[in-house]
Design a protein around this ligand. Sequence first.
Ligand code: M6R
Length: 609
Amino acid sequence: MCGIVGYIGEQCAVPILLEGLAKLEYRGYDSAGIAVLDDGTVEVKKQKGKLNNLVNSMNGFYKEAVSGIGHTRWATHGRPNNENAHPHTDCTGKIAVVHNGIIENYMELREWLISRGHSFKSETDTEVLPHLIEELYQGDLVDTLQQVISKVEGSYAMVAMNAENSGELAAARHDSPLIIGLGEGENFLASDIPAILKHTRNTYILEDGEVARITPREVNISDSQGRPVLKEVFKVQWEQGQAEKNGYPHFMLKEIYEQPRAIRDTLAGRVSLDEGKVTLKEIKLDEEKVSQIDKIYITACGTAYHAGMVGKSIIESLARVPVEVDIASELRYRDVMMNENTLVIVISQSGETADTLASLREANRVGARTLAVTNVVDSSIAREAGDVLYTWAGPEIAVASTKAYTTQLVAMYLLGLYLAQKRETIDRGEAVEIINNLRELSTKVETTLQNGEKIKQFAEQYSNSTSSFFIGRGLDYAVALEGALKLKEISYMHAEAYAAGELKHGTLSLIVEGVPVVALATQQHVYDKMISNIKEVKARDATVLALAPEGFTGIEQVVDEAVFIPEAHPVIAPVLTVVPLQMLAYYMALQRGCDVDQPRNLAKSVTVE
Ligand code: M6R
């Protein structure tokens, strides 16, 4: 939700800020803006719409400035227009602020500031920040920011500049990510690593409550009480190319094709076929602790929640512990029965999702054991969970989650096997079989990716449909939910996922001639039932695209189009089944002229609740 950049050094700030924003546009793209300090004055430029609108309006805007801040917005308070775009300024125009998050008490602060003579130009919560700085300022920007954060409630990553303190930027964070990139004679600020990767790999990750003074040569960080904090440098390991498109037309397509590599990396060093064992060295849950666990909650949002649904099925069947899966925005406000014998698994690609983080904190608060599955090293969720199992998908830039999802599924298999080993609920033969399947998985995903052309043709044929349905049973139902979400998210076509046996309890009335139905039939034990459900929709003249493993012959005779995926152990099938569904969403979005990587109204990292 919103991307922030900052620069202070000796180079021209404007191109650095714009390039940084381009790398963060996935976080929000309703409007963009920058503020630079030039010759003792703060100059602001902002434009509604995508970053390109801002870039095209620059016309040599303050090329000589060597410090500045920038922002790409995902609107929360106030429409996406020029007035509400960041940076926001105070009454004098000397102070500018960019902010990511929500200031929850902004209404009362705004009223108080108005009573003190301040006038506001936007509908945003953020605008109270520059006015608060103006109101409280006594010569030191960082000291003032300390006072400001003691008055605001909510979540924020913010960077401020003041014409009167021209040699520095001030930054603070609470519940929204902010990193400082350390250069030589220059320093950078950003919401996420890709924005600074071109310039430096050395970073400080700002923690909640910390405030930073950033000059070209120094970064001084203090805690919420103003005491100096000594930070360790966090060295970024990503290659820059990982955050680029590398010749693909869209990040999403690149990320779909990166799945074999992402799966291999996530499995690397964690499974041993000879021993029939999973080794998760980073997890501190030993036999004794695992044996005490009598209930597991998995909590997450969106696609990560769908990975959790697969996780429930795997953990229950392998480790024989009851598992509940809860949407994080629900769990956090529910009176959940958790205690020290509960294991709470949170899944989050970004590691910053506000609702997931809040659920994790609640679990920690009541003394439950917590374990995070995340793709971002040192993210808030990674730092606050008792244990962390990283997925090694690499940076995922497209808003639609693809390789993050499949690696989350791999993490669920690893955890299921790990817990089963510790609880002695799995025999060696079964463990070896699943591990063998996991080792063959990336090659099978490569084979599945070869179905692109067939899927593309189906998408071309049905791209004018207004509605579509995804049906499946058991694990296939969980994947159907993910397929429908993907299609809605990026192609804007209505899609609904149904447990196939449930259709006749109401939804079948929507199945009429030509309605596309995607039927997932990978689970042998309910295959016959699935065929009956497919016949039910065919009898209503729906057009059916079926996904089934190669050995499941006969299905092509009852459907309009069949895509076969390589045979695999049924619990592994979701990783293979979802790939054609990701491609279906991709080609459908292309066909319908949608913005694949940045779908409307959405953002990659949802750091507001
Ligand atoms: O970063 P997270 O995994 O916590 O994000 C959760 C959801 O916002 C995310 O999975 C979302 O549903 C995807 N954009 C869907 O493709």
